[in-house]
Design a protein around this ligand. Structure first.
Ligand code: IVH
Length: 697
């Protein structure tokens, strides 16, 4: 460095300046790491400041030479109006949960079954804390950070590159041999101390405080002005990867080591384990030390160590089969019930909600808790005035777990559950065998309608920015929006727009922004469209399954019309989709049998174009793409579950029975009637060896 310092900045030629900026970026990154991560600085503060000053001085003279990985970028780029969207090349997944030892044991057994392994075949796991933050992905091309994004809905997140660059734990440039592409994923979080200091400063400044470190981390990362993020002490632990060229191979433990070599922090609490006992012991131990870690964790994560086995196991829905989150027991507190009110949901379900004397449970103030349903209140004899134990676990809605009987005041009475909808007054009925009482008001019930509209505009549905929990009831009350299509009429009918402008809190700019946001949603993927309809039992995962299976709106509607008419083939096709159960089939049949639902959909389609979902990449190349296949008999080399998952990965539709629409039957040992039927119908048949060849892709 000494030699460099000697050339005054004014005398540097352009090529010298560029070369020096490159060296400075590397050197400063190196010293940052020594200081922040390894707590072992090699140079004193003055020398470090000098490097940064020189970097800034050169950049001031040659602004066009500012590098993507320049240390000056950590201070925060200029604010943006809104975040861009980033489509994740590899989806960002979530994890299934286990709550006790038995569920962990079942997780391991399931892996053995799927991989066709005996009980004593060795399996190695890595166990690590589950950080209570928000996940982010960092894309490096040839070692330089080019993009950073939030998880979003798992398929698409927000471009928060400038914000992520301000984190000291995020290398702007990788150390050592740089791969062509590597997306590093991990958790952004805030330590307890920093959280307390931030909240103290905010409360002194008269600003709202954050409920917990996770909210603080999320709020800090999603700032349109990165210089605000730069002032928030966010941290990052790396634990996963997305797109990678070359592929990530070997073991997860090895990958973590490599991450450290590239300049990332990985969790120092990470351990290896090879039995359920090892894993559960780790969980117990970490549970004891949890409070000393200095940051929130809500459980531990177990991951199968071998990456080749991870790949074979794959995913169900949004969660990998090779990893699981073992949660900690929920946090509890006592408080009293001040009132019990009934909420009416999107599908008319009446849900009792306890209004509580506010209490802090695991760091969050809780004022409301769900009482689930009529039976729950009755079984526990929950009354207004009771002292109760309230529990909160992770993201879930707080619940009342029990009544503290000895603290019951005199004069309380059992709660009587209403048999009419508290909002529209229609009868509320409870079918035999069901726990839920439902308002029969359908679309005449304003509560149901408002909830449906809220669902329609929600993030995973039409994702209309500027419309949410607060605005929908307002627009509905003003008579502006009574159906999904009405939302689009706001943008196309001048009268409605004029009325909107008259409402409180709707200035010209806000209205313009909303109308633009609505216009932007006139093209929508089939999966989101299906989800937005708000049919019972159709969450994001099921909506995706349906969209992938039926591909475009025409096929979907045609099939649903048949299902509603009771067509046996259409029903069988629907039931055969992996993950679709009988309740879902019923709900779809009911929805598509209702004339007013069909009218609402048609009305909506005068404004909206539904785009087919992209076929998974594998489809184009595999011989199985688009084929309907049936497995029968026992496969020796692969479990049925793995075979089925592999076939689906390759774009095939796996069904349970052989018919004339079957393209291929895979016959294992001891196959029975299905093999025979295939022969009768002249459907192509392959044996296990033939299947293994196809499975290679
Ligand atoms: S692994 C396929 N590891 O938990 C790999 N996730 O409930 C999926 N999380 O969205 C993630 N700590 O935000 C993994 N050590 C850890 C984690 C972790 C926290 C979060 C992550 C994820 C969520 C799933």
């Amino acid at each position: 460095m000494d030699a460099l310092k000697t050339t005054p900045v004014e005398d540097l030629a352009e090529d010298e300046a560029a070369a020096e900026l490159a060296r400075l970026a590397k050197a400063i990154a190196h010293h940052d790491r020594r200081y922040y991560q390894e707590d072992a600085p090699e140079i004193d503060d003055a020398a470090y400041d000098e490097l940064r000053r020189r970097n800034s001085a050169i950049e001031a003279r040659f602004p066009h030479l500012i590098r993507a990985d320049s240390p000056s970028q950590r201070i925060g780029a200029p604010p943006v109006a809104a975040f861009g969207k980033v489509r994740h090349a590899v989806p960002m997944l979530s994890l299934d949960n286990a709550f006790d030892e038995e569920e962990v044991a079942e997780f391991v057994r399931r892996i053995r079954r799927f991989l066709n392994l005996g009980e004593d075949a060795a399996l190695d796991f890595v166990a690590e804390p589950k950080i209570d933050g928000l996940s982010a992905t960092l894309r490096y091309e040839r070692g330089v950070l080019v993009q950073g994004a939030t998880r979003g809905d798992g398929s698409e997140g927000e471009d928060v590159t400038a914000n992520l660059k301000t984190l000291q734990d995020v290398p702007l440039q990788l150390d050592g041999d740089a791969p062509a592409v590597l997306e590093v994923r991990g958790e952004v979080y805030m330590e307890h101390e920093a959280f307390a200091a931030l909240n103290q400063a905010r409360s002194q400044a008269g600003e709202a405080v954050f409920a917990n470190p996770r909210n603080a981390a999320a709020g800090s990362l999603r700032q349109l002005d990165p210089s605000i993020t730069a002032k928030r002490p966010l941290r990052f632990f790396a634990y996963s990867w997305g797109e990678a060229e070359p592929k990530v191979t070997g073991t997860y433990g090895g990958f973590l080591e490599r991450l450290r070599g590239l300049g990332f922090r990985t969790n120092p609490q990470t351990r290896h384990g090879s039995s359920v006992d090892d894993l559960v012991a780790y969980h117990a131990e970490l549970g004891h030390h949890r409070a000393d870690l200095g940051y929130d964790i809500d459980g531990v994560v177990y991951k199968l160590d071998r990456i080749d086995l991870q790949e074979r196991l794959g995913f169900v829905g949004r969660a990998p089969r090779w990893a699981i989150a073992h949660k900690f027991a929920a946090e509890q507190a006592e408080t009293t019930i001040e009132d019990i009110q009934i909420q009416v949901g999107r599908t008319g379900a009446l849900t009792p909600v306890a209004h509580l004397k506010p209490v802090t449970v695991g760091g969050v103030v809780v004022a409301r808790a769900t009482l689930h349903n009529q039976d729950y209140i009755q079984e526990k004899d929950i009354r207004i005035g009771d002292t109760v134990v309230v529990q909160r676990a992770g993201d879930v809605i707080p619940q009342v777990v029990e009544v503290v009987a000895q603290l019951r005041p005199e004069g309380t009475v059992p709660f009587t559950f209403p048999d009419r909808c508290p909002v529209c007054g229609s009868q509320a009925v409870r079918p035999e065998g069901e726990a839920i009482r439902r308002c029969t008001g359908g679309l005449i019930c304003p509560a149901q309608l408002v909830e449906r509209l809220k669902h329609f505009v929600a993030r995973d549905a039409f994702d209309i920015e500027g419309l949410g929990k607060l605005q929908i009831p307002q627009l509905h009350e003003a008579g502006l929006v009574e159906s999904p299509a009405d939302l689009f009429r706001l943008a196309s009918e001048p009268d409605r727009k004029a009325k909107l402008l008259e409402l409180p809190r709707w200035g010209a700019k806000k209205v313009e922004n909303l109308l633009t946001a609505i216009e932007e949603r006139r093209r929508i993927g089939l999966d989101r469209f299906v989800y937005a309809l708000g049919i019972r039992f159709i969450g994001e995962v099921n909506a995706k399954l349906l969209a992938r299976h039926y591909h475009d709106l025409d096929h979907f509607r045609e099939a649903m019309a048949k299902v509603a008419e009771g067509d046996a083939d259409a029903r069988a096709e629907l039931e055969a989709i992996d993950g679709v159960g009988p309740k879902l089939v019923e709900a779809l049949a009911e929805f598509f049998a209702e004339a007013h639902n069909l009218d609402a959909v048609d009305d909506l389609l005068t404004y909206v174009t539904v785009v087919p979902v992209e076929a998974p990449k594998a489809q184009a190349t595999s011989r199985l793409a688009g084929k309907t296949v049936v497995f029968t008999g026992t496969l020796e080399q692969m479990s049925r579950a793995e075979a089925k998952a592999r076939a689906e990965q390759l774009g095939a539709k796996v069904t349970g029975s052989v018919s004339k629409s079957t393209d291929l039957v895979i016959v294992g040992a001891d196959a029975g009637s299905k093999a025979k039927k295939a022969a009768e119908l002249g459907v192509e048949v392959v044996d296990e060896a033939g299947w293994l060849a196809l499975a290679k892709g």
